[in-house]
Design a protein around this ligand. Structure first.
Ligand code: NAP
Ligand code: F7E
Length: 348
């Protein structure tokens, strides 16, 4: 039975990846952060008591800012594959917390690579490493972006991801380690964090439909993104690690839409006029924006046989259906006198 160690298992991608690996009979070990509130919602459905002989998902406390614990976990778990998905992943917030973002996203990757390198030196046991790179690394370089497009990062998040990317390439070249670098374009799902623009829109539009809120405040409606489905993208991550040689791959749909088009598609699906409810608020603009991202994933298609299964319309439908149901449940609870906690979106 193969063993995988996953950082960021409680995030959107971590939860889909854990599902995929369990379906492929892996033993999955996830690193979770201690939190005063629950942060394991997305993986609750996969978790079994570790005393259960059938349990194949194990959770360990740890943090990418703590190199000692990463080293200890590598030694304890002895994984065949490591997926480094943990990150402060919000671009706008990276302008407010640049030091922390660099510590987790750039230095955190370095700490994990060092732990894997030491483990390799001590045991001789090969470990395959996936690094979660981002289309944000391309930043101001115009589309279509490929593996050969120069990086031009536009936020502390993107700069940190560029550093992490090159740490990975360097460990591949310097020590012959199997480090595969994914450059993934935006991918979304009903499990997307609620302050990323797609989910912010589907959550708010469905609440407006159910009469639970009146307005939705957004930032730059002109930005263009290549949005895919997270479930498809974790399949690509896994394929990167099954390939004979470690390499860098762009993972994208090749189709881009503006934020405005995403808004229009969502409101139209709900039979609403978006212009009556959406207002622009400057607080959601970034000091430097990434205007246009659209990836060319020809290499992933040819070499890995990967292509996305879920298109733009199906993604919108999936997210709207999910969030409509959430809004209906909230309405029912409110009608019964319960006051469910609503989450603020001031940072979105
Ligand atoms: P996400 O939902 O924000 O999840 C991030 C994960 O990282 C969470 O599990 C979070 O834990 C964990 N984390 C945060 N700080 C950490 C720390 N100091 N130590 C250990 N873990 C930490 O992100 P995602 O959308 O699943 O993305 C997964 C990865 O792919 C990230 O590296 C992201 O930057 C990258 N990426 C994402 C996209 C995309 O469109 N989704 C595209 C390209 C690249 P908590 O639950 O405790 O907060
Ligand atoms: O913004 C614009 C915003 O925050 C998309 C992360 O997963 O994908 C994600 O980064 C666009 C930007 O994602 C609002 O200015 C307008 O142009 O959903 P987002 P992102 O910044 O593209 C990449 C690939 C990652 O790697 C990251 O980890 O939408 N926008 N109005 C807004 N964005 C937000 N969040 N909120 C707004 O109100």
């Amino acid at each position: 039975m193969k063993k995988a160690l996953v950082t960021g298992i409680t995030g959107q991608d971590g939860s889909y990846l854990a599902e995929l690996l369990l379906s492929k009979d892996y033993q999955v070990h996830g690193i979770i952060r201690r939190s005063a509130s629950f942060n394991t919602d997305r993986i609750e459905h996969l978790y079994r008591d570790p005393h259960d002989p059938e349990a194949r998902l194990f959770l360990h406390y740890g943090d990418l800012t703590d190199g000692t614990c990463l080293r200890r976990l590598l030694h304890r778990v002895q994984p065949d594959e490591v997926y480094n998905l943990g990150a402060q992943s919000h671009v706008k917030i990276s302008f407010e917390q640049p030091g922390y973002t660099a510590d987790v996203d750039a230095l955190g990757t370095l700490r994990l690579l060092e732990a894997v390198h030491d483990h390799l030196s001590a045991t001789g046991k090969p470990v395959r490493f996936y690094q979660a790179g981002s289309s944000e690394m391309f930043g101001a370089s115009p589309p279509p972006q490929t593996e050969n497009t120069p990086f031009y990062p536009r936020s502390p998040y993107a700069v940190s991801k560029v550093a992490a990317h090159w740490f990975g390439v360097n460990y591949r070249e310097a020590y012959g380690m199997f480090v595969a670098n994914g450059i993934l374009f935006n991918h979304e799902s009903p499990r997307r964090g609620e302050t990323f623009v797609t989910r912010k829109i589907t959550r708010a539009a469905c609440r407006i439909k159910e009469g639970l809120q009146d307005q939705l405040f957004l930032g730059n409606l002109d930005a263009k993104r290549d949005w895919g489905f997270a479930g498809d993208y974790v399949e690509a991550m896994w394929r990167l690690l099954q390939h004979d040689t470690p390499d860098t791959f762009v993972v994208a749909t090749g189709e881009a839409h503006t934020v405005r088009e995403f808004v229009e598609a969502v409101f139209e699906k709900l039979g609403l006029d978006w212009k009556k409810s959406v207002a622009v608020d400057k607080r959601y603009f970034r000091p430097t924006e990434v205007d246009s991202l659209c990836g060319d994933a020809t290499k992933a298609r040819k070499v890995l046989g990967w292509k996305p299964q879920v298109g733009f319309d199906a993604l919108v439908t999936m997210m709207v259906d999910h969030d409509r149901e959430l809004a209906r449940q909230e309405k029912t609870l409110r009608a019964a006198g319960h006051e469910p906690t609503t989450r603020g979106s001031t940072h979105g």
